[in-house]
Every structure is written in C-alpha cells, then in structure tokens.
Design a binder for this molecule. Structure first.
Ligand code: FES
Length: 147
C-alpha cells in the first residue's frame, strides 16, 4: 500500500536532526493522533534555504513526508519553499494512501511555522505566508473540502 519511495524515505529518512542557531524553527502537532513534527531551517542573507533538518515523533507517513519535504525545500528561496505543499510532497513520494494524507500536512505546516519564525526573528513579512497553526486540526471544518 505504500510506494517504494515512501518506504525508502521512511527507512532511510534524509535530514534528520537539529540545526543549532537555526534561522527558523517550526513545531506542529496533530492532536488526533498525537504526532509532532519540528523543522529547522538555515536561511542565508539572500533568503535561500541552505539547510533543513527535522525531527518527527510520528507515524511512518509523517517521517517519509518530512524527509521528502526537507529535500524539496533545500536550496530553494523562501518564496519557492512556500510552494512545497503537501500535494507536492505526496507527488514526489508517488502518493500516499488516502487515510495517510493528513500526515503530509504536518510537513507543510511545520515548514510554514519555521518560515514564520524566521520572518518574525528578522522583522520581515513573507508574501503569501499566513500565521501557522500549532495543530493541523485547528479550523478544520472550514478547510475540510480542500482535501
Ligand atoms: Fe499521525 Fe500520521 S498518524 S501523522
């Protein structure tokens, strides 16, 4: 039921760890399953993501999507990183079973939370970035039709 890419990223996750003095750190949880993800970004002076690491206390799909998401945002500008949606991450992984789609939202939200933290620390505003949720189920009713 999982693609080879999902299994690969679950068994050999890329970019696991922490970044000391990270430019931005974002933590997002899923209160329903209790899973938590933290993303660290190292962003240079021209706004390019030089490094990205993650820690996930979560299911296999959450591990695989965080691993792929960190690979996708590395080397991108802050603006480009905003386009790394959960759909983009799922496509890069050749899909996820429908019941696991919500797990991929953790990665997207954690990246947004880390970018938000970076913007706040630097007193800047990132066009198109909305204040992230600390739990992916916040405001769920309004967003449900999107998935
Ligand atoms: Fe919780 Fe996958 S079951 S993130």
């Amino acid at each position: 039921m999982y693609s080879e890419k999902v299994m690969d990223h679950f068994q050999n996750p890329r970019n696991v760890g922490e970044i000391e003095n990270a430019s931005g750190v974002g933590t997002v949880g899923n209160a329903k399953c209790g899973d938590i993800m933290r993303i660290y970004l190292d962003i240079d002076e021209v706004g390019v993501i030089r490094d990205c690491k993650f820690k996930t206390f979560g299911c296999g799909a959450a591990v695989a999507t965080s691993s792929m998401a960190t690979e996708l945002v590395k080397g991108k500008t802050v603006q480009e990183a905003l386009k790394v949606t959960n759909k983009a991450v799922m496509e890069a992984l050749d899909g996820l079973p429908p019941v696991k789609v919500h797990c991929s939202l953790l990665a997207e939200e954690a990246i947004h939370a880390a970018l938000w933290d970076y913007a706040e620390k630097n007193g800047i505003r990132i066009e198109g970035l909305e204040k992230p949720k600390s739990d992916i189920h916040e405001g769920e009713e309004e967003e449900e039709e999107e998935y």
